[in-house]
Design a binder for this molecule. Sequence first.
Ligand code: 0FX
Length: 249
Amino acid sequence: MNKNILVISDNSYLLKAFINVVGELAINEQNHVRYVHTIHCENEMFRDVPEVYKNEPIDVKKEYDKIIDEKWDIIFSVHCKQLFPSKLVNSIRCINIHPGYNPYNRGWFPQVFSILNGYPLGATIHLIDEALDHGQIIDQKLINLEFWDTSLTAYNKILEVEIELLRKNILNIISGNIVSKHPMEEGNLNLKNDFNKLCKIDLNQEGTFGQFYDLLRALTHGSFKNAYFIDEASGKKVNISINIEVDEQ
Ligand code: 0FX
């Protein structure tokens, strides 16, 4: 195949999985693959990933002309925190591996919003166009969201599906043997600020207990301090998450 492939990732777990898939399928034997992260994440996160740790972080927004001049055949965005500029996506075939089921809940932390609005959740591999998580779809797969899933448990399922889709499609993507299709509709988009707004809990908000349960499990993700309220008496910030345990019969 002999292609020049640039992989830009700000997610060390997925990047390691990507490198494993490249090794398993011997892609690195016939192609040149370079791995980098952006200025939006810490180099330390990649300490145990020498393929990227030794490379300088890049700023896609400022360095896209240089990237275009380097004449990559394909660029993979593997949870890259920077939106690719139009000139870049119009010059090089750019592919995104996205932790959501496009076009639903495109953008920030799709599982958080799917728990709340019930839209489909999964993973998608798609061509990158000028809008966020918007380009033609190469492949995608749904995950089953259980009533007891939190953001974390849903996210862990998504990561495994992203890796499965990558393994299934990467050779065809590299050889150009893909059929991509436009999403059926525009869907919806959530930004970081939409997530931040959810995190501030209004103790006077009215609703059913089910709605509060959904909000808290949507914001429960390991040690992240997402949901909070400010205690009026002390002025202290109180962080909330929930613990859900299901009895297996
Ligand atoms: O890399 P990633 O899993 O994905 C995010 C976006 O969801 C995705 O649409 C975008 N393409 C990509 C570039 O960035 O994000 P992360 O590693 O920052 O976070 C992973 C999960 O951790 C997230 O889905 C929810 C949880 N999380 C993360 C942060 C930073 C929280 O619950 N709270 C947080 O403050």
